[in-house]
Design a protein. Structure first.
Length: 438
């Protein structure tokens, strides 16, 4: 029997018809009319919507997004073009589009990008508020990411967690369990390096490095900016303790290759069998399962390690925003309303094999968490997650600190013996002050 493509008017697998019908009834009259008529209104100046997003490390998720775009086209007659670039290229691309006031209609925004590009983004508060009525409030870090100066600059559509990923067999071989604390990791890492399988995370100019090193700073009571959002606090005894910890871990348990890693390198390193532990989203495991790599069976996940002041890690939210200067604002808004209906959104969430986490607490029991029993630790990571720059409130200047890799460079100076911890902290303090003064 030939496979029949499910139309936009049918529920996604796992969604009851009653839920689907209820959610469909809630559509705005405008969008419902468009879908019923099968054509876009004449008021829409163009017949194409363009969406720019970062390449998803779970490739099937990008495939599903393209499929949903085609489904929207079939329902409305409006073509949806999805373009992908590497996440490290996104800041420059968004800056160029904002300056030229041309480019894509819908853009994917990560971490503090809604704050950085807020002057050019349309207010989508009505869409976000309607979703909040249906789901309840967002995770705090997801709201902080996109709720800018009293209005929503984007609609959060996923967050990515940073669990610890370890080789179960190698840890057992040296008599260790998954590390619960950073000190546990150092103890186990010393044994694992002697075994020929060191632990690792990037100490380089990459966002994975920013994520792990912020986690360590927070767990040791350090911060780059105080809770008042004004006081630069990187130069502290707590930061020095965190730096000394990372220097010991680097010297005793890691490979110097981490100094040149990009965001994909730790994935490849663990899957190659060379490494025994990384802190990273689960994309490496998703790929290993898909390719039926033997390492998949021996990969386990655990909560981000804790430190002297508790367990803290990074949650990386992404939202979809619309440029004010888009010639297709109305069509873009209707696409977002359609995308976030359960029939589409939950299908898309499932497509990433739990790389894409849903952004509302009412979806904590979503079946995406049960796709694999190894994902159990991921479900509770949201309660320990913060945006970059925490405990400072979100701010576009924190994104400048991120984009200039001040935090990784501070640690790199010490582990390579280019500077003492005190000198590295003074350097970082100066650089952060410069970013905040810009």
């Amino acid at each position: 029997m030939a496979r029949r493509d499910r139309s936009v008017h049918e529920p996604a697998p796992g969604i009851s018809r009653r839920t689907f019908v209820t959610s469909t009834a809630r559509r705005t009259a405008g969008l419902a009319g468009i879908l019923a008529a099968g054509r876009a209104p004449a008021a829409w100046a163009a017949r194409e919507l363009s969406l720019l997003t970062a390449v998803n490390y779970a490739p099937t998720s990008d495939v599903k997004l393209a499929e949903l775009g085609k489904r929207f086209t079939k329902a409305t007659g409006v073509n949806v073009r999805v373009d992908h670039i590497q996440s490290v290229q996104m800041s420059a691309k968004l800056s160029a589009e904002l300056v030229s006031k041309s480019g894509h209609d819908i853009v994917s925004l990560e971490m503090h990008y809604p704050w950085l590009f807020q002057p050019g983004l349309a207010d989508v508060s009505d869409i976000a508020n309607d979703l909040a009525k249906k789901h309840g409030d967002w995770y705090a870090f997801a709201r902080e990411h996109a709720f800018v100066k009293g209005q929503w600059a984007g609609v959060p559509y996923l967050y990515i967690s940073f669990p610890g990923s370890h080789r179960i067999d190698l840890f057992e071989k040296v008599g260790e369990k998954a590390p619960d604390t950073w000190e546990d990791l150092l103890r186990a890492g010393r044994k694992l390096k002697k075994l020929g399988s060191p632990v690792g995370f990037a100490i380089s100019q990459t966002t994975d490095s920013v994520s792990t090193l912020y986690s360590i700073l927070w767990c040791y009571g350090a911060k780059d900016v105080a809770a008042d959002g004004k006081t630069i606090a990187i130069n502290s005894r707590e930061t020095e303790t965190a730096i000394e910890y990372v220097r010991n871990l680097y010297n005793d348990a890691m490979d110097p290759v981490v100094l040149s890693w990009d965001n994909a390198a730790n994935n490849q390193w663990l899957n190659s069998g060379k490494g025994s532990w990384i802190q990273n989203p689960i994309s490496h495991y998703v790929v290993a399962k898909e390719k039926k790599m033997p390492v998949a069976e021996q990969t386990g996940f655990h909560l981000c390690p804790a430190g002297p002041v508790g367990r803290h890690t990074v949650g990386v939210p992404r939202s979809l925003g619309i440029w004010k200067f888009s010639k297709n604002v109305d069509a873009a808004r209707d696409f977002l309303k359609w995308f976030f209906e359960p029939a589409q959104y939950q299908e898309w969430i499932m497509s990433g094999d739990n790389y894409n986490h849903p952004v509302w607490r009412d979806l904590e029991n979503h079946r995406v968490w049960d796709l694999d029993p190894k994902y159990k630790p991921l479900k509770s990571l949201a309660q320990y997650s913060h945006l970059y720059g925490w405990p400072a409130p979100p701010d576009e200047r924190i994104q400048l600190v991120t984009n200039t890799y001040i935090i990784p460079n501070m640690f790199a100076k010490v582990v390579t013996n280019a500077a003492s911890p005190k000198d590295a902290m003074v350097w970082a303090e100066t650089e952060i002050k410069r970013a905040f003064a810009s």
